[in-house]
Design a protein around this ligand. Structure first.
Ligand code: SAM
Length: 189
């Protein structure tokens, strides 16, 4: 089965709505009051809904039609305005200087990093949270290609200025904190 078919199958059988990712929940106060935002590879769009509720003109893109259809219907029922699009973001990345905020959660396509940096407007913010190769439990993707090496997120986006970087690895009491994942908020000049 193609990956896209797997995602569509998963969303057709989804019964619970995900929560927005921790990087966005913990740092909502860093969002601008106005502007454009993109939830890239949005899935069911928990992050897109938070961004739109915050007042940003929000775009939500994913190649899984089943996810986008559910998100559209949920947004309509909440009278929330979202620009949803069924879109392969690797084949069709965002255009340069189009977004004030880009959020990516649990999606990794390393080759997209230059296009994402270019897609931010001046002073634009990237919010990125995804899985790491250093783990304390077996949650998350099995394929190491979809997990970041130690410090890799900072390296991928070194052209941006880091604002917040959070990577706990397996240090200290591993029953506490955010483990198996890393997050970065970084700003364009
Ligand atoms: C683990 S889910 C994360 C969804 C969402 N960001 C969240 O945190 O709930 C990964 C998402 O990436 C999407 N995806 C994978 N490859 C993609 C591509 N090339 N273009 C667009 N979406 C893609 C999948 O359809 C899926 O919705």
């Amino acid at each position: 089965m193609e990956r896209i078919d797997k995602w569509n199958h998963r969303y057709q059988n989804t019964i619970s709505w995900p929560q927005p990712c921790q990087v966005l929940v913990n740092y909502t106060h860093l969002l601008p009051a106005t502007g454009t935002a993109l939830d890239l590879a949005c899935g069911l769009g928990a992050n897109a809904r938070l961004l739109a509720q915050h007042g940003l003109e929000t775009f939500a893109w994913d190649y899984a039609k089943a996810a986008i259809l559910q998100l559209q219907s949920e947004a309509q029922s909440q009278q929330l305005h979202l620009h949803t699009e069924i879109r392969d973001v690797v084949a069709f990345p965002p255009q340069p200087a189009t977004f004030d905020v880009i959020v990516i959660c649990h999606f990794l396509a390393r080759g997209l990093a230059p296009a994402l940096i270019a897609a931010l407007k001046p002073k634009g913010l990237l919010f990125y949270q995804t899985f790491t190769r250093t783990t304390v439990t077996p949650d998350g993707p099995h394929n190491p290609e979809f997990r970041l090496a130690d410090g890799e997120l900072l390296q991928l986006f070194q052209a941006l200025k880091p604002v917040i970087y959070h990577e706990e690895k397996d240090i200290g009491d591993i029953t506490q904190g955010l483990r198996n994942e890393v997050f970065l908020i970084a700003q364009k000049d």
